[in-house]
Ligand binder design. Structure first.
Ligand code: C5P
Length: 218
């Protein structure tokens, strides 16, 4: 039987990509599968937490004990998270949120009509994790992730502070087996107490379990 060391904890997990519409048939997104977030949600559920998942568009199903709120855009995900956050003890942001969204062309399908180039303006999306960090109470804890394409240590330290996190798990997604659409991750983990660890390539299931272990250290 799993340890019930998250019993009574209300946990919010964001996961998946966001999908930002441009015209009636096209959108801007990324290849996030939501697997890392699903592993965080499942591990917390097995350890007794009351888990709510705010999901972008993903092909995932969860046991009935987990509440799932489906969203599409970063704005929808942001609104859902801000509503839920005051009710939560722990937030865990694994979603790969689009940092920008295209200025919508409109509801119909864009007609190319001989155009040889296309310019689309983008506007910034809110940083959901930073919003949660900015409104975090002393009794709440927040976990963030960081996907980098270089040595992740400096960025992890910067984001931990900038977003008001208790724990950050960063990885270099350009390394083989680490990042989008892989079942494994090689993590650098840093907490607000300054404890830093570099983990070997591990299944995301095990990364999730160890991250909860780490958060529960103190
Ligand atoms: O700054 P960066 O995008 O690298 O930060 C990654 C972390 O912030 C992840 O935990 C991600 O879920 C979260 N994030 C967010 N909203 C954004 C951008 C990132 O919640 N708009």
């Amino acid at each position: 039987i799993s340890p019930q060391d998250l019993a009574g904890q209300r946990v919010l997990v964001t996961l998946g990509p966001t999908r930002e519409p441009w015209d009636g048939v096209r959108f801007w997104s990324n290849p996030s599968s939501g697997i890392m977030g699903a592993c965080m949600a499942m591990a917390a559920h097995l350890r007794g937490a009351d888990v709510t998942v705010v999901a972008g568009p993903v092909d995932l199903v969860f046991p009935s004990g987990i509440t799932v709120i489906p969203t599409q855009t970063a704005l929808e995900m942001h609104a859902a998270c801000l509503d839920l956050w005051p009710l939560m003890d722990i937030g865990c942001a694994t979603a790969a949120v689009a940092d920008f969204r295209p200025e919508p062309h409109g509801p119909g399908k864009f007609k190319k009509s001989g155009a040889t180039s296309l310019h689309i303006d983008f506007v910034p999306n809110p940083d959901i994790l930073k919003s949660l960090g900015d409104s975090k109470r002393a009794d709440q804890r927040l976990i963030g992730f960081a996907a980098e394409t270089c040595d992740p240590r400096d960025e992890a330290a910067r984001k931990l502070k900038a977003k008001g996190l208790d724990l950050i798990a960063a990885n270099d997604v350009s390394r083989h087996g680490s990042g989008f659409r892989t079942p494994t991750n090689e993590m650098y983990v840093l907490d607000a107490a300054g404890r830093a660890e570099s983990w070997p390539l591990l299944p995301k299931t095990e990364v999730a379990w160890r991250l909860w272990d780490h958060l529960l250290l103190d």
